[in-house]
Design a protein around this ligand. Structure first.
Ligand SMILES: [Zn+2]
Length: 83
């Protein structure tokens, strides 16, 4: 029995939706499936609301479609300051 794993790191997902943890925007990510897992590499994509970067294992850079705007009421860009 196979369980679907809801993880952006999971290969071959194709299309999934994601809510940005920073700004609350909802967007759809279209990643490229690879027949050969060796073709997968770490690809970066940005939240269309704030620009926060996420990563996915895919054969090509994914496409991102905004479904719903950010919900935090701000318009700043995400900054990687949490070290
Ligand atoms: Zn965001």
């Amino acid at each position: 029995m196979k369980h679907a794993v809801e993880s952006e790191a999971e290969a071959g997902l194709g299309i999934f939706e994601k809510t940005c943890v920073y700004c609350g925007a909802r967007f759809r990510v279209l990643s490229t499936r690879a027949a050969d897992p060796l073709q997968l590499q770490s690809q970066e994509y940005e939240c269309p609301g704030c620009g926060k970067q996420y990563e996915i294992d895919a054969a090509a850079p994914p496409e991102v479609q905004l479904l719903r705007g950010r919900t935090d009421g701000k318009d700043d860009r995400y900054q990687e300051t949490m070290f």
